[in-house]
Design a protein around this ligand. Sequence first.
Ligand code: GLU
Length: 942
Amino acid sequence: MQTSKLLLKCFTTTFCLLHVCGDKTIGAIFDDGTFLLEAAFNIALTAASEDQENPFVPSVTRTPPGDILETEKAMCKLLESNVFGVFGPTRKGSLQHIQTIADFLEIPHIIVDPMETQNRNWSVVNLFPHHLAYSQIFADLIELKGWTDFTIIYEGAELLPFFDNILQMQDLDTGQKILINIVQLPEGDDFRTQLKFIKKSGSVNYVINCARDKLPLVLEQAQQVGIMSDDHSYLIMNPDFQTIDIDPYKHGGSSITGIRIFDPTLDSIQNFIKSLNEKVAELSENNIENAIAENGLTLDLALVYDAVTLFVSTLNAMKLEEGSNVTCDGGESWGYGSSIVNFARTMEVDGLTGMIKFDEDGYRSDVEIDVLEVMSYGLDKVGTWSLEDGFTEVKRDVIPAEQEGSESMKGKHFIVLTALSAPYGMLKESSKKLEGNDRYEGFGIELFEELAKINEFNYTFDIQEDGVYGSYNSKTGKWNGMMEKIMDGRADFAITDLTITAARQKAVDFTSPFMNLGITILYKKPTKEPPDLFSFISPFSMGVWGWLAGAFVGVSVLLFALGRLAPEEWQNPYPCIEEPETLDNQFTLANSFWFTLGSVLTQGSEIAPIAVSTRMAGSMWWFFTLIMVSSYTANLAAFLTVESKFYAIKSVTDLANNPYGITYGAKKGGATFSFFKESDNLLYQKMYQYMEDHPEYQTATNDEGLERVKSDTENYAFLMESTSIEYMVERNCDVAQVGGLLDSKGYGIAMKKNSPYRQPMSESILQLQEEGKLTRMKDKWWKEKRGGGACADDDAGGGEAQPLVLANVGGVFIVLAVGSCMAVICAFVEMVFDVWMISHKMKVSFREELKAELKFILSFSGDTKPVRHRESTGSGSGGSKKTEEKADGDPETPGSEGLPDPSPTPRSERSGHSRHTLHSRRQSNAVQMAKMRKYSIRSGIN
Ligand code: GLU
C-alpha cells in the first residue's frame, strides 16, 4: 500500500513536469431538477480545496431529468475539460449510461445512490451504504421486533437488492417459520388498492421502502385504509425518514421505526444546511422555495458533500495535478482512473455521514446508523446499528410523563362506559330527538368532556344498562359489569360513581380520585318529639344546675360567716337601750339562705346587708343571679320554641342493634356492600351477615334504595355513599343523612391495567381540581340542576336548642368567686379594725380583744353576741365608766330587761347605727326610753 502510494507520487510528479499543469477540474452532471445537489457539490469542493495553491474547480452540467442523450453529451463535454472524475447524475437510466462510459474510459465515477453496485463496476465509488449492509440493518430490527409475519412494500425494482438479507430470514434455520409478503407499489399517487389488499391479508407488520417523496403518501393512505392503529407496526427503510412530517402519525398508536445516517442537530450539519441555503439562493436567483428546513437535509446532499471531500482528499493524497486526457470519441481510457478509484477505496475520511470507509470489496458497508422511533412527542433515537455490533439500544432521557402521556391521547377515539346514575350520568330532557353523546348529561359526562378538551381526544359514551359497576366473583374468578368490559377491552374508560377499591385496583387502573366520600346512612328525617313536662330543666345542663346549687349553698354559708365577722352586722336589738348587753346578727344561717334564695328567685327579702363585706358578697350574688336568670330565660324561650326531634337511629351502631325494627341494605355488588363484606370489624361483619341473609334488602340502584327509604310501608335505611346522599337530600326533603362516615375513599375513572392514559387523565383531573372547576361542577349538579336546593328552607333554622353548659356561664361563677373572696378579706379588715378601735378606746390589750372576738366568731354560738365592754351611762356627765365582764360569762341583766321589744326601727336608720354611735346619742335615747315606759304602762306590762 505504502509502495503503491510512493510509486503514484513519483509518477504524477513526472507527469506534471512533462505537461503544463492547468485548472484541476472535477465534473458533475446533475439531473435532479433542483439546485441542491449542485450547491452541495460546490460548497464541498470549495471547502475541500481551501488553502490549496492550485484548487480544484467545479465543472457542472445540468441536464433535463432522465434525458440520457443530454447526459451523454454533458459527459463528453466534461471530458474535454480533463476532469479528474465525474459526479452524478441521479436518474437511474442516465446514471447507468454514464457509468458505462466511465467504465469504458476509466474515469472515476462518484455516485451517492441506493443502487446495487457490483464488482464489475470498477470505476464507481458509491457512498451510499451497500445494499447487503443496508438490508442487514432491517433484518436485525425485524428479528428484534420478533416479527414472524410481515409485508414488504416497495416502490421500484432497483430497491429489491436492499431486501436481500430480509428475504433470507425466511431461509434461516431458526426454527421459526417466517412469512413474508411482498407488495410493489404502482406508479402514481394512489396505493390504496394495494394497502387494502395488505389489510385484508391480515398482516400487521410492514417494511416500506420507497422514495422519500412517496413516503408521506403511503403512510397517509395506510392511515386512511385503517392499517395505522395500535396493532400495526412499520419499518421505514428510506434513510430520509427523519425529514418527513410525522405529526399525522404520532398519535395513531402504530409503532413506526426508521433510520438515519446523520444527526441533523449536529453543528456540522446545521452549518452545511446554512451554506446550502445561501448557495441555492445564489444559484436559483433567490428562489426560496428551494430552501432546506433545519431537519430537511436529505442523505443525497450530505453524501455529495462527503463524496467530494473523499475525492479531493484522494486526489490530494495522490498529488495528481493533471486530469483525464480522454474523450468520448478517442476510444482510449485514462490510465489513472482505476488507480484513483482504488486509492479512494482505501481512504478513511470523516464526513457528514460518519466515517467514510470501504470494505475490501470497495463497498461502504461499515456505517453507523441511528434507529428512530415515532413517539407521541416526535421522533426519538432508540438505538444505533453497526455492522459489527448490530443494534444497540440507547439510554434515552426520561421523557416527561405529562408530555408523553397527555399528547398520546391526541386525536384518538375512545369508548367510555357510564351508567344512568344521577347526577353522574343522566338522560337529557329535551323535546328534540338527541343522538350520540348529546343524549347524556351529568357530572361525569361534563367531567369527561373537560378531560377530552384538555387531552384533545374524541369519545363515545356507552351506557351500562344493568347499572352493574363490577364485583369479583371468587367462584368463577371473573369480574362483571363495567369492570369486565374494561378488562376485555370492550370499553376504554368507565366514568360514573365508580369507587376505587383495592380489589378493583388490582384488575384495572384508576385515575386520581375526582371526588371523595365515605359510606353513611340514608334514612327518613327525624320526627318531632312530644313536648317534655320537665322542659324547664333543659336550659341549663345538669352540670350548670349542679354548679348553681353549689354557688347557692356556698354564698349562703359565706354570708353567714361574713355576718359573724363583720362588726357592723352586730346590731343593738333594742335601740332604745343605750348600752345593750348583747348584739344581734341578722345573718343567721337560715336568714343567709333566705337572702340568697330570694335573690335567685328575683323576689328579694327584708334582709339587707349592712357591712361593706356582706354588701359586697350580696352584690356579687345579685350580679350572678341577674346573669344566670337572664340566661335561663333566654334559653328557655329557645327550648320552648324549637321543636325537638326524635332520632330512631343516630349512628351505624344503632342501626346494627336495630332498636325499632329498621331493615337496611346496600347496592347489590357495589363498593358499599363490599366494604361490609371485607371489613374485619365485628359490627360491620354483623351488618354484612344481616344483608347477606336478607338479599331482598339489597337494591339494584341507589334510586331504588331512596324509594325504599321514602316508602311509608317500609321502615328501611339505605347504606350508601355520602356524595350520593348529599345529592338526594337536596331534592328529597323527607330523607336525611344519619351519622358520620364509616370510611373514606374516592371515585375514579377506570381504564385497562397499565394503560398509558392513566397519567395524563390523572393530571388533567388534578388540573381541574386546582382550577376549582370540579367544585363548580359539583355545585352545579348537586345544588342547582334538576331541582337542587329544594330542601334548603327545610334545613334553615333547623338547629336545635342546646342546654347551656358551664363553658357558656363559667365567667359569672368566676366573678362570684372573686367577689366572695374580696368580701371575706373586707370582713376581716372590718373586724380587725373594730377590735383595734375597742382595744384602743377601752384601753385593753388588742391581742386579748382579738382573741376573744375570734373565739366568739368561731364558736358559731347563735346570732346574739354579748357586749364585752360597756361604757356606764351618766346623765349629762358625758363621762364613761368601764365595766369589766368575763369574756364568756353571762352578761348582767341590763336595766331594760323585762321591757317589750322596741318598735322596729326603719332599716335605713338601723343600718347607720353602731354600738358606738348609740352611746353618743344617749340623750335622744333617754327620751325614747321615757316614751317606751309610757307604752309599757298602757299595754299593762310592768
Ligand atoms: N359507588 C359504588 C360502586 O362503585 C356503588 C354504590 C354503592 O355501593 O354504594 O360500586
